[in-house]
Design a binder for this molecule. Structure first.
Ligand SMILES: [Zn+2]
Length: 361
């Protein structure tokens, strides 16, 4: 067993049977979080307007841990991540976290986004991204005005127009985890996604987790609306819903879908099921502490628990099934796992040498 996490026979078998041959040898992971525990505020979790189970999987994720995760999970493959921090709480040390991400990116020659705060002015936002050589921004709903209840938060509350203007001016990337309880099918979310694409045609918008459509009930008419968009792309991170992936592929095509993981939480040992339109992560009892108070978590015992593999593998397998159902070719699959991201990152300013100079392990 490695020091970071255990790879069991069940994991190796799953990888060899379902994933090894499906995945290309070179991969870009467009969605990863890298941070150290010392940047995180130690306030109680209730203050955070977000689900709490991710905190149980990893206390932090250094760049060394991220690279070790790829080595353990993807033997003989090369993975280049797009990295950003995890300053979800307004009390976190957002600048310390961004400086750490900047150093990691420079040292390892990998692309990075700044973790942004909506209160930064147009000039501050622009200068922070440019001076750190970031390719754009990761934004998050918990950074919006704390007086707004979680269910009422809108995209513009944490991605304000003055920052959208900056991203548009430079052709930079924004990684967007959409808010609101109705997730991808929420009409206001959909209207604002379409609006942002029209008003800021130069920026590169990535909708994280395929808009959090983790269950088929989250989709609604979303792909009817999104099928009309031209440019916005979707990452499949932390999503295991094959039906969502299938509908996304049919609506926008494989050239607008990107592999992303959402590491480190994808290290989790879990299988995700949907019940009455809500996702539940099935986990081995005790592995992530007492989860009895969390409606999104459920313990398994015995053989059922022993059969669980990584969240990462479950995501990839769901995408494999969707790729099969929609008849994606090998080159379509290579585009999702590398080509689409390579183009997007280079257009946002990443030196091509970040990809070409990298040698096989
Ligand atoms: Zn994320």
């Amino acid at each position: 067993m490695s020091g970071l996490f255990e790879v069991k026979a069940v994991d190796r078998d799953f990888y060899q049977q379902h994933l090894q041959g499906f995945l290309p040898d070179k991969i870009i992971d467009i969605h990863t979080h890298v941070w150290l525990d010392k940047f995180q505020s130690k306030q109680p979790e209730e203050c955070l307007r977000a689900v709490t189970w991710p905190h149980r999987v990893a206390q932090d994720n250094s760049i060394e841990d991220l690279m070790e995760t790829y080595r353990l999970m993807f033997p003989n493959k090369t993975v280049v991540p797009l990295i950003f921090g995890s300053a979800l709480s307004q009390a976190d040390d957002i600048h310390g976290g961004n400086e750490y991400v900047r150093e990691c990116a420079a040292k390892h020659r990998i692309p990075a986004l700044i973790f942004a705060d909506p209160r930064w002015s147009e000039t501050e936002f622009e200068q922070r991204i440019a001076s750190g050589k970031f390719l754009g921004a990761k934004v998050y709903l918990t950074r919006s005005d704390s007086r707004i209840p979680e269910r009422d938060i809108q995209i513009y509350d944490f991605l304000p127009p003055h920052q959208l203007r900056v991203l548009d001016r430079h052709g930079w990337i924004v990684m967007l985890h959409i808010p609101r309880p109705a997730r991808l099918r929420d009409p206001l979310n959909l209207m604002q996604i379409v609006q942002i694409e029209k008003r800021y045609p130069n920026l590169k918008m990535i909708i994280a987790h395929v808009g959090r459509a983790y269950c088929p009930e989250d989709i609604g008419d979303a792909f009817g609306v999104l099928g009309e968009t031209q440019k916005v792309v979707f990452d499949i991170s932390a999503n295991t819903c094959a039906e969502t992936f299938e509908r996304a592929i049919r609506a926008v095509g494989p050239s607008r879908i990107l592999f992303g993981s959402d590491l480190p939480i994808l290290r989790m040992r879990t299988r995700r099921i949907c019940e009455k339109g809500t996702y539940v992560n099935l986990v081995p009892r005790g592995l992530y502490g007492d989860v009895s108070g969390d409606p999104h978590m459920r313990d398994l015992d015995g053989k059922e628990a022993d059969s669980l593999t990584f969240f990462m593998y479950e995501e990839l397998d769901a995408f494999r099934r969707a790729a099969h159902a929609t008849g994606l070719s090998e080159s379509d699959i290579a585009a999702v796992f590398r080509g689409n991201a390579a183009r997007l990152l280079c257009e946002a300013g990443m030196p091509e040498s970040f990809l070409s100079e990298r040698r096989e392990p």
